[in-house]
Design a protein around this ligand. Structure first.
Ligand SMILES: [Zn+2]
Length: 262
């Protein structure tokens, strides 16, 4: 399979700082100002900022040369995507993929609240249709945000195939990509995603088995608040995976420890 040459970045929440109330998983919240600085950096260097499905299509047509394209993804389908990320992206003619939990459309982040996170309102069907009509890709983030390694075959079918059908019915358009909850997957979950008719699925760097050559186990770089421009720059290159595997790189290693990438 052709290697996906466009690096894939992972965001969750984009909101104006200070965040109020303080989030439990603070690493998932990037301020709108910091997000804007990322987009400015990409715009200044003429990056093509793409959705995942579009990047794969361009990659397979040989239109992506590497080093000048990046995929932005946003997990969970929070309202903040429409309120704060979309305006900044549209202003710069950039696209992205948002991964939605199909049974929670228009509701809230019950899976995170159960772990102590504050309540986040999620995009409604109407808002998702609006986002899609504006050129952003809607992907599936499962049906209930379940850990796919902890469920039986019937549950896996509901989460993977069921969420695709549910979202396609809601949105009246094809859902092409999947995002593993908690980035957790194995051979069986990847096979279920492929058999359900998806084009690709994403996990994250650091998870076993990720590869830019495996469309159902694509790595993503986690963009965390307060990360250095050097780290962000590395995340937008094909070198990031290699860098993560080389912890002995003195200065860079210390920098990475100081900022934290996971
Ligand atoms: Zn998630």
């Amino acid at each position: 399979m052709k290697r996906l040459r466009s690096p894939v970045l992972m965001y969750h929440h984009v909101e104006p700082a200070p965040f109020d109330p303080t989030p439990h998983f603070a690493g998932s919240y990037v301020s709108r100002a910091e997000f804007s600085s990322h987009l400015d950096w990409l715009a200044d260097r003429n990056f093509s900022v793409l959705s995942l499905a579009d990047a794969i299509a361009r990659n397979d047509r040989g239109e992506v040369s590497g080093g000048r394209s990046v995929v932005l993804t946003f997990d969970d389908g929070c309202k903040c995507f429409l309120e704060h990320a979309v305006p900044e992206l549209e202003r710069r003619h950039m696209s992205a993929t948002v991964f939605v939990v199909s049974s929670q459309v228009g509701d809230h982040n019950v899976w995170d609240v159960a772990r102590g996170e504050r309540i986040e309102a999620l995009l409604t069907t109407g808002e998702l249709r609006d986002v899609a009509s504006r050129g952003f890709e809607i992907g599936s983030h499962s049906r209930s945000h379940a850990d796919l390694l902890g469920i039986d075959a019937a549950g896996l079918g509901r989460e993977v195939s069921g969420s695709k059908k549910e979202l396609e019915t809601l949105l009246d358009r094809t859902v092409q990509t999947f995002c593993y909850p908690y980035a957790r997957f194995n051979g069986a979950t990847a096979a279920a995603v492929r058999d359900a008719g998806y084009l690709a699925a994403v996990s994250a760097y650091g998870m076993p088995g990720v590869s830019t050559r495996n469309r159902f186990a694509l790595p993503r770089a986690v963009v965390q608040p307060g990360s250095s421009l050097l780290e962000f720059r590395l995340q937008t290159t094909g070198w990031y995976g290699l860098w993560r595997r080389l912890p002995h790189l003195g200065v860079l290693s210390q920098l990475r420890k100081a900022k934290g990438t996971r």
